[in-house]
Design a binder for this molecule. Structure first.
Ligand SMILES: *Cc1c(COP(=O)(O)O)cnc(C)c1O
Length: 417
């Protein structure tokens, strides 16, 4: 796998009107040092080789591109292929980014890593990276999230990370980001901030995209080997934007490839309980958490509460790169509701024998909604960003499975005794 850079993405950390580096004065040296190091590794083939070797040895890359025979036959329309990011170590694409940032830390001589985490997936991935590379890890997690997602907190602790529940603000992801930035400002001489998605101040949006670009690099090679052409369309789910950018970036300059991102439509547009910034056109431009993008906010600029059945898509902001690509119509953005996602999940698991993460299921739900418009000669790739084993609690509840309910209740009682 070759290092091919993406310097056409932005100008000095701006993507159209979005992006930038809105951090307190005290953090400027930290982001400058990181940006400098990032610019260097962009041109460093040896670094990239080391990075890709680590992904192969430790995370099982390249991930397969699986022909979805059952789903393709069921609809009788386009040929559907699935990029299997679920087969990574830790079960999702997030590891691609943290392993890259871990190697960058070594280059910078840092020994401590901090990270924010919402549902806990990025926290676990960061704790895995720290354990593997011998770093000390501190993970900031909203107190409410830490309670709801205790399984991930448990694994972070076992991996040796310190987990700090954040009680400020609404005690969720955005507050965890603010706390992580505060920690970084005081400790950047030995500490790296490993941001988990293609958001935040420069250079994070581009850097995370760079580390996730392995997805579309492999995908391009694989689909051309199988079908002799690029895909006609690619679907990816859209939270912060890292798996979508990873799946899209190698095709941005190929106008024949349609790129579709699918946000969390939650309980629907009218309900107000969703995390759709772009498709429902509910977000407004703002500056927060170190960068400028579309945020779900009220008229006073207060961030709104978000909702999704999938814990990983309910972020108030969105990658400034995707905000720009949506504005320029290079990327089309849909929102899939919780109800559509559950229906899609049932179809995928029964037709393919795959268990997609609820986040990834949004990408499938977007495709299923539009599949009637496709032709049999069309080739479509869905980026399956992760596996769904982690979602058994939410899925068990959503499907109202009585056996699951009894199991959880009895297990809780037995443990209390
Ligand atoms: C975290 C996560 C997402 C959402 O994050 P992006 O940065 O938008 O990719 C999507 N899918 C899975 C499986 C995740 O863990």
């Amino acid at each position: 796998m070759k290092n091919k850079m993406i310097n056409y993405l932005g100008q000095n950390g701006y993507f159209g009107a979005y992006g930038g580096r809105f951090v307190p004065e005290i953090l400027i040296p930290a982001v400058d040092e990181l940006n400098q190091a990032f610019q260097e590794i962009l041109r460093d083939e040896d670094f990239y080789k080391q990075y890709y070797n680590l992904l192969m040895d430790f995370s099982g890359r390249p991930t397969p591109l699986t022909y979805a025979e059952g789903l393709s036959a069921y609809f009788g329309k386009a040929k559907i292929y699935i990029k299997r990011e679920d087969l990574n170590h830790s079960g999702a694409h997030k590891i691609n980014n943290v392993l890259g940032q871990g190697l960058l830390m070594k280059k910078l001589g840092k020994t401590r890593v901090i990270a924010e985490t919402g549902a806990g997936q990025h926290g676990v991935a960061t704790a895995i990276m720290a354990a593997k590379m011998g770093f000390q890890a501190t993970i900031y997690m909203g107190a409410e999230d830490a309670e709801r997602q205790y399984a991930n907190v448990f694994w972070m602790k076992q991996l040796g990370a310190e987990v700090i529940p954040v009680t400020t603000g609404t005690a969720t992801l955005k507050d965890a980001i603010n706390e992580a930035l505060r920690d970084w400002a005081g400790n950047f001489d030995n500490t790296h901030y490993a941001l988990g998605t293609a958001c935040g101040p420069r250079p994070f949006p581009e850097m995370v995209t760079f580390f996730q670009s392995v997805i579309s690099k492999e995908m391009k090679k694989q689909i051309n080997e199988i079908c002799g052409k690029n895909p006609d369309r690619i679907y990816a789910c859209l939270g912060g934007g890292s798996n979508a950018m990873g799946a899209f970036v190698e095709f941005l300059q190929e106008p024949g490839v349609e790129l579709v991102a699918v946000e969390a439509g939650g309980k629907g547009e009218a309900s107000g309980k969703h995390a759709s910034r772009i498709a429902y056109a509910k977000a407004k431009t703002g500056v927060s958490q170190g960068y400028k993008t579309l945020f779900l906010q009220d008229d006073d600029g207060q961030m709104l509460d978000t909702w999704s059945i999938s814990a990983g898509l309910d972020y108030v902001g969105v990658s400034p790169i995707l905000a720009h690509l949506a504005e320029t119509k290079r990327v089309r953005v849909l929102a899939a509701t919780d109800a559509e996602v559950i229906e899609a999940f049932k179809l995928i698991i029964s037709k393919e024998g795959l268990i997609p993460a609820l986040e990834s299921t949004h990408a499938f739900a977007g495709l299923f909604r539009e599949i009637a418009d496709t032709k049999p000669e069309d080739v479509i790739v869905v980026n399956m960003s992760g596996r769904g084993d982690k979602d058994i609690f939410n899925i068990g509840e959503a499907l109202q499975d009585q056996g699951w309910k009894t199991f959880v209740t009895e297990r809780g009682k037995a443990y209390a005794d």
